[in-house]
Design a protein around this ligand. Structure first.
Ligand SMILES: [Mg+2]
Length: 237
């Protein structure tokens, strides 16, 4: 069955978020001097990543606003170094990190060839995040001409995996859920969320970290698993 609308998650699906974050925090640290600049790259990246997972989730559940989750990430990162930041200092620190993060924004190399191959399908993004920030990324990597609509949780007030955000997206495209595909890097938030909303949910496992239990769960939910967007056109053909 041909599905005329293909929707994507943004971060770590079409946009190389993890790679930008790793380069961004490493570059930011080197400007900070002392122990921070000298710290182990992999370790500090893992810690920064964990703080993002923790506090971004708190933002998505409404516990923190967008600015507060950034401040908490900055504070958590500097805590082991005995550095304390008030709100203004935390904002300033995070803004300087963002300059480095933004300087490395890039699409995954398989994104544009995948979109080319899927034409004349129509494309959109459903993302858990702030619309201005996510739209700036889409713009910054040259994806805007491809994307008809961006549905952001920060704008609609509902986050994935809530089925309503998938239904809102289908409504915007004026198609039934069964006519749409959703591809994302998170099994539950993205792929199973979409599948339960009636779309074809596809799990993009780029690092190949799926466990046997996760693969069984995906199969039980009718979720195909791919390792690269290069596999998507054949899957949907
Ligand atoms: Mg993602």
């Amino acid at each position: 069955m041909t599905r005329p609308v293909v929707l994507f998650d943004l971060d770590d699906t079409v946009f190389a978020h993890r790679e930008s974050v790793e380069a961004g925090i490493a570059a930011h640290r080197t400007t900070l001097g002392g122990a921070l600049a000298a710290a182990d790259r992999a370790n500090e990246f893992a810690r920064w990543n964990a703080l993002e997972e923790l506090h971004y989730h708190r933002y998505l559940t409404g516990e923190l606003d967008f600015l507060q989750q950034r401040r908490e990430r900055a504070r958590g990162f500097l805590k082991p170094y005995g550095v304390q930041l008030d709100d203004a200092a935390a904002d300033e620190w995070f803004d300087r990190y963002l300059v480095h993060y933004e300087s490395t924004w890039t699409l995954h190399a398989d994104t544009l060839p995948c979109l080319e191959a899927l034409r004349p399908a129509r494309f959109g993004v459903i993302t858990n995040g702030s619309l201005p920030f996510q739209a700036a990324k889409i713009d910054g990597v040259g994806l805007s001409p491809w994307i008809e609509h961006v549905i952001a949780s920060g704008e609609v007030g509902i986050a994935k995996p809530d089925p309503r955000i998938f239904h809102i997206a289908c409504g915007v495209f004026e198609v039934e859920p069964a006519e749409a595909v959703y591809v994302g890097d998170r099994l539950h938030t993205d792929a199973i969320g979409a599948a339960r909303a009636g779309l074809l949910g596809v799990w993009l496992d780029r690092p190949g970290i799926a466990t046997r239990a996760e693969l069984a769960e995906a199969a039980a939910e009718g979720v195909p698993v791919i390792r690269s967007l290069a596999e998507l056109p054949a899957l949907l053909a």
